[in-house]
Design a protein around this ligand. Structure first.
Ligand SMILES: [Zn+2]
Length: 225
């Protein structure tokens, strides 16, 4: 599978919007890390495509790239670069990780509302590859509660969000006042997301990242443990 193949599979409208923002892509991640964007340089870093794949894994891999690239482009379009989420995740991991979850949901919501192609990709990704998303499977309830926050910020109902990330997340979500739950799907900016992340971290008394990050990425489509 080639980089060219990955690129030719992307939605044209999404690519046009990215080009307007001078977003560029590079396949320079050799192993281990997920895709990410440097918001200052607007360079999206992607894992190198697997050289040899079966037909079935090829379609999964292309879908993984489509979804990952449109997500990183959404950061370029909607995330405020001056709010450095990466640094916050290191210096204030509680707030930083919650912010990342909420911001990811918020930008996915904006992206799929604006681009029909992005919406179709996201739906297909959830249908066909969701099982490969480690966050839905970790036994660490805080990490799955971050997933619920992300899904709520994306516009999912509480019921659906909890069904994806499992019912034991509900007591944590129930600690949050209705005001916060109502605000989550309506966030207008990264700074509003930051205000909410601080409030949630305070309520959950979460200053550090909860133990054992599940974020070590596995190959596309792999199942966990
Ligand atoms: Zn993201």
């Amino acid at each position: 599978m080639t980089e060219r193949e990955v690129l030719s599979n992307l939605d044209l409208e999404v690519l046009k919007a990215a080009a307007k923002k001078n977003v560029r892509l590079t396949f320079d991640i050799i192993h281990g890390r997920a895709a990410f964007i440097d918001l200052r340089s607007r360079l999206i870093h992607l894992p190198q495509p697997p050289k040899r794949v079966t037909r079935k894994r090829r379609s999964s891999a292309l879908l993984y790239y489509q979804n990952a690239i449109q997500h990183e482009i959404a950061h370029a379009l909607y995330t405020t670069p001056s709010i450095d989420i990466g640094t916050l995740m290191r210096t204030k991991p509680g707030i930083g990780n919650i912010l990342q979850a909420i911001e990811d949901g918020r930008i996915n919501r904006l992206m799929t509302a604006r681009f029909h192609g992005a919406r179709l990709t996201k739906r297909r990704f959830e249908r066909e590859l969701w099982h490969g998303v480690e966050l839905t499977k970790t036994r660490y309830v805080f990490w799955r509660a971050f997933g619920v926050l992300s899904a709520l910020a994306e516009g999912y109902t509480l019921r659906r969000a909890v069904s994806i990330y499992k019912a034991d997340t509900l007591p944590l979500i129930r600690l949050l006042p209705a005001k916060i739950l109502h605000k989550l799907p309506k966030l207008r900016s990264t700074s509003e997301a930051l205000v909410l992340a601080r409030a949630i971290a305070a309520i959950w008394n979460l200053h550090e990242a909860p133990s054992r990050s599940p974020s070590r990425k596995r190959p596309v489509g792999s199942t966990q443990q």
